[in-house]
Write a protein of this length. Structure first.
Length: 389
């Protein structure tokens, strides 16, 4: 099987993913508490900014897959043929380019912090993936153009062209997801670096890679559905009560099934990787895993009631959003506990990130950036037409 995958994907031998064993001292203490203050500071910033990236990235992944499926099924073909889920498809299709742009923009901050903290592991993974890592840039550019093309009513007119463009955009987004997942796993597995370097071996035959891809891809649906529901409730695309009611069942099903598949993949990852399981149940990871579980229960409860009632009451949509955000925040930390072993230097102690010059400049520009974002959001929100209560 792995030989077949190698041929299909034109890569050389496959390597097993063997994550570095985790340091018990790191696992048996509160998250960040065992790290030097500067390392902990930048890692905390990486976590906070990564959550924002995941928020938009979830909408981008699940939204593209949903729009592709809707295009294949002929579910949207203009206002006149909205049908039960047409309104939802149109709203998601319209917002996709913005969501992808936001995911890209929000990815830059964690990228910088993670590079600072995990220099060796992160850069080595980038270099070993090389062309497949660099391909992210052109792939994202093409994906965004395809998403705009999907909105061009006069260019993409037939069901076949809509389906082709939608499926193309979705395939490219899955490629980007795969690239990030593989990069993360490579960075966790220094023992496989020599064979990857010597023979261009890849991890594409590893079950862990596909389980993790499944976890991220299916796991993007609950938050995507919560945000899309919130958009409809707020009247996006002119959606009224009928459109909200029509979309309620689809969104609830997608969120519940996506969440269940993601959970199954997560359990699969825990079986495949002792380090993954240990980081989740460790003292460092457990509180955050509990937060994620609570969030999942809240979101699942809200979607179940929505499924039964076939309505999108604001309180339930808010509960679904809050639950999914708790899952993302909790799992972002659990994911990081798994990687903390990569911080150990040659003496075994966690590496200290130097608090070099220019910190004041960093703080200044961070404050200016946040201020400008807040101003833009406020200005745009004020100029939006009022929506029905
Ligand atoms: C819109 C398309 C994108 C998608 C679908 C996507 C998807 C992902 C996924 C699935 C992960 C988690 C990987 C894992 O834990 O296994 C991830 C992490 C990350 N992404 Fe994105 N991403 C996108 C764009 C970007 C861009 C353009 C940037 C940078 C500017 C970026 C920065 C990051 C960073 C820094 C991480 C954390 C990496 C790490 O912890 O090693 N992403 N992304």
């Amino acid at each position: 099987m792995s030989a077949l995958i190698s041929i299909v994907l034109a890569v050389d031998p496959l390597v097993a993913v063997e994550a570095t064993a985790l340091d018990p001292a790191i696992l048996d203490a509160a998250f960040l508490s065992t790290l030097p203050a500067t390392t902990g500071f930048y890692l905390a910033l990486a976590m906070v900014t990564l959550v924002v990236h995941v928020l938009f990235m979830n909408y981008a992944i699940a939204g593209t897959l949903y729009v592709a499926a809707a295009a294949v099924a002929g579910r949207y073909s203009g206002r006149s043929a909205m049908g039960s889920t047409g309104s939802l498809s149109m709203v998601v299709r319209d917002w996709l380019p913005s969501a992808v742009s936001a995911a890209i923009t929000a990815g830059i901050a964690p990228l910088l912090f993670i590079q600072i903290v995990y220099q060796k592991a992160f850069y080595t993974a980038n270099l070993l993936l090389f062309n497949r890592w660099m391909a992210i840039l052109p792939v994202l550019i093409i994906a965004i153009y395809l998403m705009y093309l999907l909105k061009a009513k006069h260019l993409v007119t037939t069901r076949a062209t809509k389906a082709a463009v939608g499926v193309g955009a979705a395939a490219l987004m899955v490629y980007v997801t795969l690239a990030f997942v593989e990069n993360h796993l490579v960075s966790l597995a220094p023992s496989s670096w020599p064979s990857m370097y010597e023979s261009s071996a890849s991890m594409l035959g590893s079950a862990l890679l596909w389980l993790r891809l499944g976890m991220w891809t299916a796991g993007a649906f609950p938050l995507f559905c919560a945000i899309a529901a919130w958009q409809l409730v707020r009247g996006a695309g002119g959606a009224g009560e009928n459109e909200c009611a029509a979309a309620a069942r689809t969104l609830a099903r997608l969120a519940l099934v996506g969440g269940a598949i993601s959970l199954a993949c997560l359990v699969g990852c825990a079986f495949k990787s002792d380090a993954f399981a240990a980081s989740t149940t460790s003292i460092a990871g457990r509180p955050y895993a509990i937060v994620a579980c609570l969030g999942a229960c809240v979101a699942a409860g809200a979607w179940t009631v929505i499924l039964v009632r076939q309505r999108l009451p604001r309180a339930l949509v808010a509960a679904a959003c809050t639950g999914s955000l708790l899952v993302v925040a909790g799992m972002t930390v659990v994911r990081e506990v798994h990687r903390l072993a990569q911080l150990s230097g040659t003496d075994g102690a966690p590496r200290e990130v130097p608090f070099g010059g220019g910190f004041a400049v960093f703080v200044l520009f961070a404050a200016i950036g946040l201020g400008v974002i807040a101003w833009i959001v406020r200005t745009v929100a004020r100029s939006l037409p009022p929506t029905a209560p």
